[in-house]
Write a protein that binds this ligand. Structure first.
Ligand code: GLU
Length: 309
């Protein structure tokens, strides 16, 4: 088995030198100014050994990677009843597509496209004030990452709140079908804020560890979710975690993963490791360009694809 510390260093060096870096997301103005030359990678195995390189300690906007954690919280709150509000099939369309919602009567295809994540956020919000719901999400992230310093970047949240017309359209459309219970502004406010969580690769890999180790919290050993639920969240990540690029990601990387337009990806090698990679430039599907290439190199060299070496 190759040495993971060396492999991570090699990959970070290879990615630093590549000229093709993708395009930074500009539709959220605050993200448009992020330097595309950054690259970070952190791998934490199930025993807690860390291999990290590049800009692995620089906080970035995790954006849609937060949807893995809000899905976990919503399942904890309402259990499998969640699946009457949101589906679990790949969408085959863009992350912010509105056309499918009309065909499917306001029920989003899966919890990782924007419409689905807004519906999941609404479930977490019910019975709470927006501030309380956000507090719950933030506490959950700090608990999982074992790091009380994790925070929300208010400038990013405000930037998206000012310009998130497409998400407002999706939310209003779902509200018209009764899929959202709370005032649209409240649900969107919580959604924009959890997308604006700022975390480093090291913190994010730590937060994802419970999915690599059958639902157990890495430090306390307590159960975050049952093993069956961890397995199912991984399944939804594999099939839906990269929007319209989910098939390509499974083909090339072969791990459950969730991307965000900030350029981060959380990938899970079940029973082996939790991996976070960040490079801000995106490909045409809105997924980190170098992040995907780096993960492909990592799984190939380590033999970690769930489909075999
Ligand atoms: N906050 C972003 C949006 O709703 C998340 C999209 C993403 O990261 O893919 O547009």
């Amino acid at each position: 088995m190759p040495d993971i510390v060396e492999v991570v260093q090699e990959i970070a060096e290879e990615m630093r030198q590549r000229p093709d870096r993708g395009e930074v997301a500009t539709y959220i103005p605050e993200l448009a100014g992020v330097d595309p030359n950054q690259f970070g990678l952190a791998v934490i195995d199930t025993e807690g050994h860390v291999a990290a390189a590049g800009d692995c300690d620089v906080p970035f906007s995790i954006q849609s990677v937060s949807k893995v954690f809000t899905l976990t919280l919503a399942l904890g709150k309402v259990g499998d009843r969640l699946w009457s509000r949101v589906g679990r099939e790949p969408s085959g369309s863009a992350f912010n597509s509105i056309v499918q919602l009309e065909y499917e009567h306001g029920i989003p295809r899966n919890p990782f496209i924007n419409a689905g994540a807004i519906a999941v956020t609404d479930v977490i919000l019910s019975g709470h004030k927006p501030r309380e719901a956000l507090g719950e999400i933030l506490r959950f992230m700090r608990f999982l990452a074992d790091d009380p310093a994790i925070a929300i970047d208010e400038a990013v949240a405000a930037s998206e709140q000012r310009t998130g017309f497409r998400n407002a359209a999706l939310a209003n459309y779902m509200k018209s079908y009764g899929v959202l219970e709370n005032p649209v502004d409240y649900t969107l406010g919580v959604y924009f804020h959890h997308c604006a969580l700022a975390m480093s690769c090291r913190q994010l890999a730590m937060a994802g560890r419970f999915l690599a180790q059958r639902g157990k919290h890495p430090v306390t050993g307590l159960s975050v979710v049952q093993p069956e639920r961890a397995r199912r969240i991984n399944a939804v990540m594999l099939t839906c975690g990269h929007y319209d690029g989910s098939g390509e990601f499974a083909y090339r990387v072969g791990l459950p993963g969730k991307s965000g337009v900030g350029g981060g990806i959380l990938a899970i090698a079940p029973g082996k490791a939790s991996i976070a990679v960040w490079s801000p430039g995106l490909d045409a599907s809105g997924n980190s360009h170098l992040g995907r290439i780096a993960l492909e190199a990592l799984t190939r060299r380590m033999g970690w694809s769930i489909f075999g070496a």
